[in-house]
Design a protein around this ligand. Sequence first.
Ligand code: GLA
Length: 385
Amino acid sequence: MKDKTNTKNHNSFVNNFKEELIVLSPGRINFIGEHTDYNNGFVLPTAIDKKVIFSFEKNNTETECNVYSMSYDKMLRFDLGAIKVSEIEWENYILGVINELLKITDRLQGFNCIIKSELPIGAGVSSSAAIECGLAYGLNEFFNLKLPKIMLVELSQRAEHTYVGTKCGIMDQFASVMSEDQKVILLDCQNQSYTLIDADFEPYKILLLNTNVAHSLASSEYNTRRNECEEVVTVVSSQYKKVRSLRDINKKMLNEFRDVISTTLFDRASFVIEENERVLQASESLKKGGLKRFGELMYQSHRGLQHQYEVSCEELDFLVNFSENNDQVIGSRMMGGGFGGCTINLIHKDNVNDYLLAVEKAYKDQFDIDLTSFITVPSQGTSIP
Ligand code: GLA
């Protein structure tokens, strides 16, 4: 869908806008449990205090919709009767959600929307899920669709599969919508049952270091990893009939297939099985205030992602190594799909400034790229202020 408007028109769109509803939709962090969600495993994410802000107004048309992205200074115009995949990525987050909503309701009407984002794009904090979920949440309210939150989560995930083309798991959308202030979510992706755990990290702060690289293979490699995990499940389930996902496979069972599957597949599956155990251990440690152990598990998770699952990159490894050499950083790992984006670090609050000066310099010297960073706190999921 091509943008036929100019900036002057965008200005008048913004100036004439009569805001009727505001929705705040946060990004997410994940402490541990990476690439486990689509394997029916465990994750430990929460929403953050940076968000995407949506404003809605009705435009008194049956089917005409105008969505203006302030971040891109771009307008997306579409008709509810003619939704199709766009060649422009951000438009598919919007169109994919509309497409899913149209499958379950006939109550949508024309609307205008302005989207402002505080989330860095491509940083692994799920700006895409925040957009999908915020739109779904807003339209649910605006047109009184009465869909429960979990349906908004699931339809946003489907939008990503069908329109964006990444076969993501449910973690990002779930965290964006279901999180609560000062809590982390231990989510069992097998049945979506979850426990909220107090996010008490005192005296440590949650520091995100953004590599500011986003290697282009991220999306294709993501789908490849998914397929590799499914291959292992296919092989193991030929003997163990009840096996439906890697969640149903333990180390002992996997070892029986060591000579049947490739080393790569063995490593992928081993990582997922071990990572699930780490999530459960980390949750227990957090509940008991065992933050040092929690941090060690984060480092272990990174090494698994680096060597067994092979979704890290040299910039991420550099940052994690740097953290590991500083005893004020008790935990550090790459976060999200991989191949760029952020590391998540637990750092003693007294050491943040000194550490940042050192790591920014070292990163710049090594890669000639400016590191960006922010401290974040576990926050409320999608909401109306
Ligand atoms: C991306 C996906 C999630 C999850 C992570 C890796 O963020 O959207 O579903 O699979 O990667 O843990």
